[in-house]
Ligand binder design. Structure first.
Ligand code: 5AD
Ligand code: FES
Length: 365
């Protein structure tokens, strides 16, 4: 039956929720490898065997939100809070530009105050000016007003990542405090689309209480809202969070199960949305040293090498076992470059690597 579904997927036929759930539920190793190979063939054909780099700048761990899974949630008193200056963010973006990454991602905890909004705006203008508008800039700064999204877009950002976390509103309510809203998250994705960004979203995979049917619906949700990019990764418990305390540290067996489910989600997402950009999440590498290469071999085509100053890295732990905490930007560059070479792919240096899906949909309209 799995082979039948894969044949359909390879030919570009639509998959039903049941068929997607069947692929996600694979437990047999041979069948799983067939799924990965099929997704890799579709990736190679549609977007090529090229990995695009986005230099990841984790610019602040100050957060007004209190998500029950996240290590930098407002309620975690064990976090030493930091905020990079405008100059520091700009310098790291320029490091990525000079390292020929073509794009960077500016990520932080969620803040909506004017001081923060205008600081980001100034950084964006400086990056655009210094790179003559060449540098691709993705923002991952949470829920904001439409006006803020517009200001940042006009200042030079052109992609935005905002994960829906789960498309099941009941599950969303379980993993967030009562004042965090699924509807607002949906609305923000609509705002981003209206303000002209390449829009990326994604989910956490392997959440407590999440079923294969939930995940299948997540994939169809991404397709339905016509997303340009996907960033998703396995949920990993963080010891200083309510959810992490309930679940405890993963055993090796649980780690491998989470890794494999994460990889199956990437593969299925590539089969269902053939021309989008899919990131190989850092969280995959927290579960297995070669996790990010495996992500690329299952259909992902984007990787986010960390370019954050080493001193800040230990302060930005969303989950336990985050890799690269002691490394610096050059080390991550060399490390990921050789990892990519090892799987026979090339790196898309000096190009933005925009989502093919976005290019197509904007040419059409
Ligand atoms: N495990 C995996 N991913 C996490 N995130 C936050 N906490 C965790 C965790 N414990 C993800 C969320 C968020 C993104 C920035 O990091 O999906 O959107
Ligand atoms: Fe950072 Fe390997 S990617 S050390």
């Amino acid at each position: 039956m799995i082979n039948q579904i894969l044949k359909k997927a390879r030919a570009g036929e639509e998959l039903s929720a049941e068929e997607i759930a069947a692929l996600l539920s694979i437990s047999d190793e041979v069948e799983q490898q067939a799924l990965f190979d099929c997704a890799y063939a579709v990736k190679a054909e549609q977007v090529g065997k090229v990995a695009y780099f986005r230099g990841l700048i984790e610019c602040s761990n100050i957060c007004t939100k209190d998500c029950l899974y996240c290590g930098i949630r407002r309620g975690n008193r064990n976090v030493d809070r930091f905020q990079m200056t405008e100059e520091e963010i700009f310098r790291e973006a320029m490091w990525a530009y000079e390292a020929e990454y073509g794009s960077c991602v500016i990520q932080s905890g969620e803040r909506q105050d004017e001081g923060f909004v205008s600081m980001i705006e100034r950084v964006l203008r400086r990056i655009a000016e210094a790179s003559s508008g060449e540098m691709g800039v993705t923002l991952s700064l949470g829920e904001q007003t439409e006006e803020t999204y517009r200001r940042w877009r006009e200042a030079g950002a052109h992609r935005y990542l905002l994960r829906i976390e789960t498309s099941n509103p009941q599950l969303y309510a379980k993993i967030h405090p009562a004042d965090h809203s699924y509807e607002m998250r949906r609305e923000c994705l609509r705002r981003l689309r209206r303000t002209g960004y390449q829009v990326g979203t994604g989910v956490m995979i392997g959440l407590p209480g999440q079923t294969m049917e939930d995940l299948a619906r997540d994939v169809l949700f991404l397709k339905e809202i016509d997303i340009d990019m996907v960033g998703m990764g396995p949920y990993i418990p963080h010891a200083d969070t309510p959810m992490g305390q309930e679940i405890g540290v993963y055993t090796r067996e649980q780690e491998l199960a989470a890794l494999n489910l994460g990889l199956r989600m990437i593969a299925v997402t590539r089969l269902v949305m053939r021309d989008i950009n899919i990131a190989s999440a850092t969280a995959l590498q927290a579960l297995e040293p070669t996790g990010r290469e495996l992500g690329l071999q299952c259909g992902a085509n984007v990787i986010m090498p960390n370019v954050t100053q080493t001193e800040y890295r230990p302060k930005y732990q969303l989950y336990n076992n985050k890799p690269c905490l002691d490394e610096n930007s050059s080390m991550c560059r060399d490390c990921l470059s050789s990892r990519i070479k090892s799987i026979g792919e090339t790196i898309g240096f000096n190009v933005r690597g925009d989502s093919l899906h976005y290019k197509k949909r904007t040419q059409e309209s």
